[in-house]
Design a protein around this ligand. Structure first.
Ligand code: GDD
Ligand code: MN
Length: 381
């Protein structure tokens, strides 16, 4: 095992105080048990001669990734593990990993060996030798490539790249990259404004920085994932949409409220579908139809909000049932408030549609605020 300067695996803690790392490599993980050993070995080889550390940020992977990382850490102090419980999300994991570091240079890369770690020394040299704020590993710069991707994935990446122009400079060839290195002050100046939604932490950094970032791109070949499978799914597209929305209108209205309202709108469609079926097609009474539709819609809204709006803290198992109960309770009160406000305004001579809209808005804000606290246990957006 090769080590950096001052490294001795057998000093038993009696060695002189050592300098902290110059470079922290932050690696988000979810079910990467089969990849972490090889990744650390790769880092040891390519970063020999640098004071480095690797910080794995693991979202309590069921396959035991965190325990595997701790095994590595037991014989190499440069390996660290941040284990998050009840949380999910690539971007937020990267942010917390960077916050756990004190190094002047921060890198982010995936655990699955798709990002070529041998680029790291060149990224570091580039930052040291230039005034660049960030060095980006690019699959699309001349000399890079995306490896063996299926057509659907390549198409998705192209669409996402086009949309990303809202967030990042025109001439960045790989704005979707999850492989980059930056100076710590650059991270610190952006960290309070990061959206932390979804997968695109680098695009988020570019968009949140108080001034345009000076960047350099270095080409590399995107390799095939070694073990395990990709976590990218259809909900990634939704998360990406939420990130774009947050950057566009997040300063005016919380993006979770927008998501909550979109789900509420879908809920209206569900309500009418169930009502039509029970009342018109099955021939039961209107009240029976309305009651069935109301309960179904609440279950629908809770399920979809849990999967999308609160994806990062989604509830499972018994917590899911308890969440559903609190959601239905909160929304019942919201429904009564909606009726109360609408009735009051209508009684005072407001046009019926304005009275209705006011009732809906009051009910929606109540439902959003109360379920955020009560159901998903969040005190802020
Ligand atoms: N902590 C944590 N929490 N890590 C996660 C989560 C999560 O919820 N979801 C995924 N990860 C980790 C994976 O374990 C992996 O190390 C890394 O994030 C990337 O996930 P993949 O599932 O391998 O994603 P991908 O290969 O489809 O896409 C990646 O590469 C692209 C090209 O660089 C991502 O980094 C994209 O953002 C990037 O564009
Ligand atoms: Mn991957």
């Amino acid at each position: 095992m090769s080590g950096g300067p001052g490294y001795s695996p057998s000093d038993g803690g009696t060695a002189a105080v050592q300098l902290g790392p110059e470079l922290s490599v932050v690696v988000p993980t979810f079910n990467e048990y089969g990849n972490v050993v090889e990744l650390v070995q790769g880092l040891r080889e390519c970063l020999a001669g640098t004071r480095w550390e690797v910080i794995f940020v693991d979202d309590n992977s069921p396959d035991g990734t965190a325990a595997r990382v701790r095994e590595l850490a037991a014989t190499d102090h440069r390996v660290r593990c941040v284990q998050r419980i009840g949380r999910r999300g690539l971007s937020s994991a990267c942010i917390e990993g960077m916050l756990a570091s004190s190094a002047p240079y921060l890198a982010v890369m995936d655990a699955d060996l798709q990002h070529d770690e041998r680029l790291l020394p060149r990224m570091l040299d580039t930052l040291k030798a230039s005034d660049a704020d960030i060095v980006v590993g690019s699959r699309y710069a001349p000399g890079g490539d995306i490896g063996e991707w299926d057509a659907a994935r390549a198409r998705m990446s192209r669409v996402a790249t086009r949309l990303s122009r809202i967030l990042v400079p025109e001439d960045l060839t790989d704005p979707m990259s999850g492989f980059f290195m930056l100076r710590r002050p650059v991270f610190e100046s952006a960290v309070h404004d990061l959206s932390a939604i979804g997968f695109k932490i680098m695009a988020d950094l570019f968009a949140s920085s108080p001034r345009p970032l000076r960047f350099v791109e270095l080409p590399y070949s995107f390799r095939l994932r070694r073990a395990g499978e990709s976590k990218l799914d259809s909900v990634t597209a939704w998360d990406y949409g939420m990130l774009l929305l947050d950057k566009l209108v997040g300063h005016l209205v919380p993006v979770r409220f927008i998501a909550f309202s979109i789900v509420g709108g879908l809920g209206v469609a569900v309500h009418f579908a169930v009502l039509t079926t029970v009342f018109r097609l099955l021939g039961l009474s209107f009240l029976q139809g309305q009651a069935t539709a109301t309960v179904t819609t609440m279950v629908f809204n809770f399920t979809v909000n849990n999967a999308l709006t609160y994806r990062d803290t989604r509830l499972k198992g018994r917590k899911w049932l308890r969440g559903l109960a609190s959601f239905m309770l909160a929304c019942s009160i919201g429904g009564l408030m909606n009726l109360g406000v609408a009735k009051l305004l209508f009684g005072q001579g407001f046009p019926w549609f304005l009275a209705a809209i006011a009732g809906i808005v009051v009910g929606a804000v109540w439902n959003y605020a109360v379920t955020m606290l009560l159901t998903w246990g969040r005190s802020s957006t």
